[in-house]
Design a protein around this ligand. Structure first.
Ligand SMILES: [Zn+2]
Length: 238
């Protein structure tokens, strides 16, 4: 196998894993934005004959949803960062207190991955001489740059994705005719979910039709039940 100059450097670009962090947060956020904002609009539209309360509810739902999504993602990813940092600190202490045992532990990990005992020990020794903590964090704790949690990045990604998802039903509520607006909202929401689900599956290298079925099925359930609640509410106050 001939390696071109710098040929293997961008091997990461060919794999989907490094897209996983922001992709997962972005798609979850956008799905949530479309489904929860559309459902809210459909629910209010089912109980109201005028546009203003529907617009108001949609805007309120969009803002509240985006902020809670960002806050939730920030808190959950931050606690993951805390756990990772605590693990790294404990690893640092163990390396100081018992370097020989840690070296054998690292060699054992390489042996389990298929290296011969001597080779595993040699590799563990050389990597420990270079940067013992880095080798243990990567190979013992399984933490690396790709999977390392980035709270602000994740919060921003899911908050803005929710907003993008939520703006779509808002445009429908603002510009489409009020008569049967529930059906316009549902139709457009399903259309946007198909586009999003398909794109996400394709980008992530997974089954497109399965992803589309999953998101449209649960989207329909959410919007259907909210519409029912709206109709029941309307019947009771009508
Ligand atoms: Zn260790």
């Amino acid at each position: 196998m001939t390696i071109k100059k710098g040929g293997t450097d961008n091997y990461l670009a060919n794999h989907f894993i490094h897209r996983s962090n922001w992709l997962r947060a972005a798609v979850l956020g956008a799905n949530d934005g479309i489904i929860s904002t559309s459902s809210l609009a459909i629910g209010v539209a089912a109980a109201s004959d005028i546009r203003e309360p529907i617009v108001l509810a949609t805007v309120a739902g969009l803002v509240a949803g985006a902020l809670s999504m960002a806050a939730g993602e920030y808190v959950s990813v931050s606690s993951q960062t805390d756990v990772e940092e605590a693990d790294i600190e404990r690893e640092r202490i163990e390396l100081n207190e018992m370097p020989e045992i840690e070296l054998l532990r690292l060699a054992e990990i390489y042996e389990k991955r298929g290296l011969k005992r001597e080779t595993a020990l040699t590799v563990a020794k050389e990597l420990s001489e270079t940067d013992a903590l880095k080798a243990h964090v990567r190979d013992e704790l399984g933490l690396n740059e790709i999977s390392q949690a980035k709270p602000m990045q994740a919060a921003f990604a899911s908050g803005s994705a929710f907003s993008v998802g939520g703006i779509l039903p808002l445009l429908v509520v603002l510009f489409l005719p009020l008569k049967n607006i529930e059906f316009y909202l549902y139709g457009f929401a399903i259309f946007f979910l198909i586009i999003l689900g398909g794109t996400a599956a394709r980008t992530g290298g997974s089954n497109v039709s399965k992803a589309i079925f999953r998101i449209t099925f649960w989207g329909t359930i959410a919007m259907g039940l909210t519409a029912l609640a709206g109709y029941l509410f309307d019947v009771n106050i009508g």
